[in-house]
Design a protein around this ligand. Structure first.
Ligand code: ADP
Length: 399
């Protein structure tokens, strides 16, 4: 059993993240990234036995070509023999999937149909699935959905106050994303708190390039900040998060913006980047803030204020609170953001433990508050491990 390995694939529109890991020990055997697929600078890099290797792919190399290169790497390093499954991260499962599934023709059809809700992501995920089916014909393929964990939300949390027919006929509702990450850190938090997950009241803040907050009551997602798409909610690297929907008519009628221009503005030019006019990258903004760049400070302050407000709001669905969890690249590494957010949340009685806050970085987890009552935790996420574990569990159930 300990020699079982799962290949985890995460296909973006022009990228492919991959990892081979042991679902039982969490050991990562191989990990890497193919990026700029479809462009002249398509390339792939991977880490194996602590050695990093970079390869230039053919100009305009496709996902299929990246996977073919990955197959060569797997064969060259004799890694195929222990592979038992391929686990795919699929962004949108709509209301169809409440848990991970073994992929067959019918499942692929549903993923394709759900592409109307995630036109950039689901087609890329399907390309990855079909390329992996060809390359690893003897292995079961498993789909793990970003939305599945949030399917426990109640109607009052997932409905928009729009004509109900838009929900009934078109599936317009809040779905939520980052489910695999919120699920993983909630389980870890319960272990750290020495509580059963079914007796835990948690708020998880996944802060990466995309950011979302999730209220997790007794192990189940009861509300989350992303909605129909990953644009809703808190401020992100380049995404605006919540805005006044009236902005659309202002931009179209007063400024003559097209729908495409607005989509690009809200998804790619807003958030930390738009506010700071400098960068979407939190590390860069922190450096600029310490160097006296007021626009960077403003961007970080808006980010933290909106985040703290969202966290505070989730006491409503939870009713009580054991811990706030910080995860994702910013949550796991930025002691500054955590300090600012917990200061804004002082109503909850948080007292920051400065040493613990500085220590909990670069992969180190920990409790970063010193008060009685609700605490704040830093927990590095591990979505690949959840995907590998789900894959191992599903093939065990199938046999
Ligand atoms: P993705 O959503 O693409 O997986 P990550 O979870 O890797 O992104 O998060 C990327 C974000 O984490 C970037 O804004 C980056 O600046 C931030 N980050 C990474 N390390 C640090 C650090 N030491 N201090 C502050 N921010 C950091």
């Amino acid at each position: 059993m300990s020699q079982q390995h799962v290949l985890v694939l995460n296909c973006g529109s022009s990228s492919l993240k991959f990892a081979i890991l042991n679902p039982h020990t969490a050991t990562v055997v191989l990990s890497g990234l193919a990026e700029c697929l479809g462009s002249d600078t398509a390339r792939l890099s991977y880490r194996f036995n602590n050695i990093k290797t970079a390869i230039n792919l053919a100009p305009k190399a496709s996902h299929q070509q990246a996977i073919a290169t990955l197959v060569d790497i797997i064969k060259e390093n004799d890694l195929a023999q222990h592979l038992v499954a391929v686990g795919h991260r699929v962004v949108h499962g709509g209301e169809h999937f409440t848990r991970s599934v073994i992929i067959d023709a019918a499942i692929k059809k549903v993923i394709a149909q759900t592409a109307n809700l995630a036109p950039l992501h689901n087609p890329a995920n399907l390309i990855g699935i079909e390329a992996a089916e060809l390359a690893f014909a003897n292995l079961p393929q498993i789909a793990v959905f970003d939305t599945a964990f949030h399917q426990t939300m109640s109607a009052e949390a997932y409905l928009y106050a729009l004509p109900y027919s838009l929900y009934e006929k078109e599936g317009v509702r809040r779905y939520g994303f980052h489910g695999t990450s919120h699920f993983y850190v909630a389980q870890q938090a319960a272990t750290m708190l020495k509580k059963s997950i079914t007796d835990s009241y948690l708020i998880s803040a996944h802060l990466g390039n995309g950011c979302s907050v999730c209220a997790i009551k007794q192990g189940q997602s009861v509300d989350t900040s992303m909605g129909l798409t990953p644009l809703e909610g808190v401020v992100m690297g380049t995404r605006s998060g919540d805005i006044d929907p009236g902005l659309f008519s202002f931009l179209t009628q007063q400024l003559g913006y097209s729908a495409v221009t607005i989509d690009t503005l809200l998804n790619k030019e807003s958030g930390l980047l738009g506010l700071s006019q400098l960068s979407n990258d939190c590390r860069t903004l922190e450096e600029a803030h310490y160097a006296g760049n007021l626009q960077a400070t403003l961007a970080l302050d808006v980010f933290c204020y909106r985040l703290a407000k969202q966290i505070a709001a989730y006491v409503v669905p939870l009713g009580e609170l054991d811990a706030i969890i910080f995860t994702g690249g910013i949550g796991e590494n930025s002691s500054l953001i955590r300090e600012k957010v917990l200061t804004l949340l002082r109503f909850f009685g948080f007292t920051l433990d400065n040493d613990a806050n500085l220590a909990a970085r670069f992969g180190q987890s920990g409790v970063i508050t010193a008060n009685e009552g609700p605490c704040a935790l830093v927990i590095p996420t591990n979505e690949e491990l959840v995907i590998a574990q789900d894959a191992a569990q599903l093939i065990k159930e199938a046999n």
